[in-house]
Design a protein around this ligand. Sequence first.
Ligand code: FAD
Length: 462
Amino acid sequence: MPHQVPALSGRFDVAVIGAGVIGCAIARRLALAGARVAVIEKAIDILDGASKGNSAILHTGFDAPVGSLEQSCIAAGYEEYLSIHGRLGLPLIRSGAIVVAWTEEEEAILPALIEQARQNRIEDVEFLSGTSLRVAEPGLSSRARSGFRIPREYLIDPWSAPFAYLLQACENGAEILRGAEVIGGRRDGDWHLETTRGPVQAGLVINAAGLWGDLLDERLIGRRDFHIKPRKGQFIVYDKPAAALASHIILPVPTKVTKGVVVCRTAFDNLLVGPTAEDQDDREHAVLISETLALLQRRGEEILPGLKDHVVTAIYAGLRPATEFKDYQIRSHDGLSYITVGGIRSTGLSAALGIATHVERLAGLALTPPVAPVWPTVPNISEHAARDWQREGNGGVACHCEMVTRREILAALEGPLAARSLAGLKRRTRVTMGRCQGFFCTAELSRLTQDRFDRAMAEMAK
Ligand SMILES: Cc1cc2nc3c(=O)[nH]c(=O)nc-3n(C[C@H](O)[C@H](O)[C@H](O)COP(=O)(O)OP(=O)(O)OC[C@H]3O[C@@H](n4cnc5c(N)ncnc54)[C@H](O)[C@@H]3O)c2cc1C
């Protein structure tokens, strides 16, 4: 039974439903604009939907449809990430990418792709012959025919950015309610949302519910303009020595449906092969299939033959909130004070900040921004800069595979976005994500966390 006491007290200018990367970025933008923002998330922790597993490429949008909303949001999101990442302490691995043609048919498409990149204002793409490809990426198979380089495609990590966006929102007045599913709502000038943890009142509602966006529209405004068709992407992760095999993000020639199987290093210094693109009905579960993973492994070895000598240490899968449309489904519903931000399929990590600016424009709120906005710095979990284990007073290393310290773990259990689950803790620190997959550190971890998680659960049950 829903509680009757307000889950968050007072009236909010905006309620953002969903704490995936898109909801987090929108909350940040509107809090920085001066709005009183509530973020409502049904999962026990943030980043539990599509945003929990992706390839973590900061796309330039070189291959996005020219003139699309997706292309303009990627371009704006990319630029803003570059301008704020230093201030928030976010990673940026300037790897560059190469698109490789493996067949005659793919080779024939390259000139059109290069032209498309130029129309999307990515002017510095550069054609590479087979020989130049192998100079750029010596480990590449001799079967690579030709390709092109996109020097400014970069790598980030999947979780620090959305975490930083929401943290900055919170530090500038936003409030977050986790473990609260929006199950209904009515409007009488203001919105009165019904959640599983009590009512929330807001002037404007923003649906950033990702894989559930169409169902939430139906629930709140009685219509849906698109249908989510989850598209699964499975990945395999190689152990750290394999990262030395590739310096660029190695992309295939994209098709109309997918960007295809990518091989790239990660910000954590592993090597990633994936994702697949498999349509399914299930919005919740991304099941790993061993035959598909074996095919991915074979594909990885065809691209980088040296991978044969390396071991896979982890596998995972994510679900993209795809729809029957190629472009994002973002619209303000006239007279309803309600904005849908849906169908952010496969580029949301790159486009999030651009989408947030677009949504701020649609919202058209007359606000007064804070005089001195707060700029928090998030703990660094990537290998691009010094880690906590390299500093004094860290309490010692708890996870030796990923070199996560006790101080990092304890810090992740504090603050407005304290981790509420082991999965949430992993996404904030990398703990248990290494070669042993938690075999050696789980006992120590449960000692450090159990009491905190129990208390958080008890708090949420009130
Ligand atoms: C395999 C894969 C690879 C990808 N690679 C890249 C990449 O390299 N670069 C890139 O830029 N992008 C990439 N993406 C895309 C990116 O991850 C997505 O675009 C992005 O995560 C979508 O975020 P979202 O916030 O819209 O949705 P979600 O992350 O699903 O967030 C929606 C949130 O809403 C919550 N919610 C739903 N219903 C309710 C309700 N009723 N009440 C309260 N809360 C609710 C959910 O629990 C969820 O947390 C990839 C995606 C996948 C799956």
